[in-house]
Design a protein around this ligand. Sequence first.
Ligand SMILES: *Cc1c(COP(=O)(O)O)cnc(C)c1O
Length: 420
Amino acid sequence: MIKKPFVTKEQIEEITKNYPTPFHIYDEKGIRENARRLKQAFSWNPGFREYFAVKATPNPFILKILQEEGCGVDCSSLTELMMSDACGFSGSDIMFSSNVTPAEDFQLAKKLGAYINLDDFTHIDFLEKVAGLPETICCRYNPGGKFQIANKIMDNPGDAKYGFTKEQIIEGYGILMKKGVKHFGLHAFLASNTTSNAYYPELARILFELAVELKEKTGADIRFINLSGGVGIAYRPEEEGSDILAIGEGVRKAYEEVLVPAGMGDVAIFTELGRFMLAPYGMLITKAVHEKHTYKEYIGVDACAANLMRPAMYGAYHHITVLGKENSPCDHKYDVTGGLCENNDKFAIDRMLPKIDMGDYLAIHDAGAHGFAMGYNYNGKLRSAELLLKEDGSVQMIRRAETPADYFATFDFTGLFDKK
Ligand SMILES: *Cc1c(COP(=O)(O)O)cnc(C)c1O
């Protein structure tokens, strides 16, 4: 698959007249079309709903677009709940899937009427004490051990901090019912960024079988099964991305084989996708500002790991297009670096790219999820703006860039910056 940026060099030259690089830019059309494909893939399930994982791209303008496409939100913290509330999400529009949860977070989730997804057995008492138990509650399951698909280890739930064990979830449902909880959800997240179309169907089968067992053992009224996030995307051009229609079909099969015969054919399927919803529809645009020829060839750009942490943190691959040179041969080998005093601040290592000239714009692909959101201020670097390429081709700033005043704002109590 050829990775084609959703903006041209000419568009970026126009945009940079108003908004200097670096910035993140999102593609409204791509976001909407993808959200509609997801909905179509699960249209066999009348109760289906995607709860967008806010942590992936916490921007109210993005949340509004997804809201218009019928999505709810999946929150994991107080500020994500506040942002969702401000965007008009309420009650069953909100899933609250947190862990190591502070009391005030549970209190706000309860006040907003969100679905609360408990991460742990001990959270039953904690939630009851700090906020009271709602009528509907979801529990997060961790099957332990290794999670395999077709003999390939996908991830290691036994090492993951999340969720109840099976014994705990059975006991937990019973306790919750005694305490007056009327309806239940079931959730698990077993592998991240999976590009196997078998992931969701396998996970679904595990949860469906557990749901049947829970119903038999406790009599609980299970209303929804939340497949969480984890559906991946093709970061590399040679990778195959997820086929969401095939994934939806695989989940339907498991549903009909496990839930329907158990008389549970009315259970709603929920998802909490982040990466799949946004990653391909956001890019980090940066400008080549320095070149360096030492033991290697370096291109220094005006963005750094503080704008997109994944390459530095996980060694993640992000495809790079040199705008205007889409058809030039990739006959130069570069390390593309940011300016942090950290040698892992490299967007690409030994990457074959067209010859880069100073002033060239580089589009770093698939930065729309877990991109800006993981930004930080190390080395006093400031967060960039976020822009939205709208369906009509116009560009809207949906978050301004930080200024030094933002960086210093938390020092204001000292009066240090009042003196001249
Ligand atoms: C991070 C997260 C998601 C979203 O994960 P993606 O890999 O972006 O799809 C969903 N649910 C929970 C509980 C998460 O922590």
